[in-house]
Design a protein around this ligand. Structure first.
Ligand code: PEP
Length: 254
């Protein structure tokens, strides 16, 4: 039985004052939300991890980061290590988000190195995969997903299922308001799970696969109702407390 997860990716949004409003609203809403069966993760920008830890530490919400350095320490100006994230109380880290792959040039090899160092530190990983619109239109979605999954299969095989999460995020659905239909997303999730299994991940059936891409309170239930969709990685809607909590409720109900 896979426990659903809802992870909020704040991206490069927020400031001390607006965060405080959001944390207050999330805290207040959590008590009424009845989401005990959902792993809820919030991933603010690095500078606000300490602020988030202080606001959320007694709520059951787990802190996550949006990225980390592939190196353990040293002369890497501007980078943040896995150990630093642990120090700040992070339980999770998002790796290989499409914005980092496409805008910042991260490739499959770098994504795998980041996964390896995060797992070695004891962090849980949310590893993102997904095809662009051109790739979907060209009929190569499975080839792209297969290549991306193959790059971290061995690491998934060696990690505990509870700490290894894959997020399927079709690039064309991120921040665009276009959502994959539940059937389309389910097909991709089933493919990813099968690829993990054929790549030697013995516990592929236990690994959570989240859907991400314009998940909102009004479409979450239909997506989370699909058999291989185990929750969501939420961008824009995670910045609105009621929307985020309603998405968590949908995961609980699924
Ligand atoms: C994301 O950033 O991972 C994401 C899914 O964004 P949005 O929900 O805004 O599409």
């Amino acid at each position: 039985m896979r426990k659903p997860m809802v992870a909020g990716n704040w991206k490069m949004n927020g400031d001390i004052v607006t965060n405080e409003h959001l944390f207050t609203a999330i805290r207040g809403g959590l008590e009424r939300a009845s989401i005990a069966q959902v792993d809820v993760v919030v991933c603010p920008p690095y500078p606000y991890l300490g602020q988030a830890a202080a606001w959320l530490n007694d709520t059951g919400v787990v802190l996550g980061a949006q990225n980390l350095c592939s190196q353990p320490n040293g002369a890497f100006t501007g980078e943040v290590s896995a150990t630093m994230l642990s120090d700040l109380g992070c339980g999770w880290v998002i790796i290989g988000h499409s914005e980092r792959r496409t805008i910042l040039g991260e490739d499959d090899e770098l994504v795998a190195r980041k996964v390896e160092i995060a797992l070695a530190e004891g962090l849980g990983v949310i590893v993102c995969v997904g095809e662009s619109l051109q790739e979907r239109d060209a009929g190569v979605t499975e080839a792209v997903l297969g290549r991306q999954v193959d790059a971290f299969c061995a690491l998934a095989g060696g990690a505990a299922a509870e700490r290894f999460v894959v997020a399927y995020e079709p690039v064309w659905a991120i921040g665009t308001g276009k959502t994959a239909s539940p059937e389309m997303a389910q097909a991709a999730h089933a493919f990813i799970r099968a690829r993990l299994a054929s790549g030697g991940v013995g516990h592929a059936a236990d690994i959570r696969i989240l859907y991400g891409g314009s998940v909102k309170a009004n479409n979450a239930s239909s997506l989370f109702g699909m058999p291989d969709i185990d929750g969501g990685l939420i961008g824009g809607a995670s910045l609105v407390a009621d929307d985020f909590l309603n998405i968590c409720r949908a995961a609980q109900a699924a």
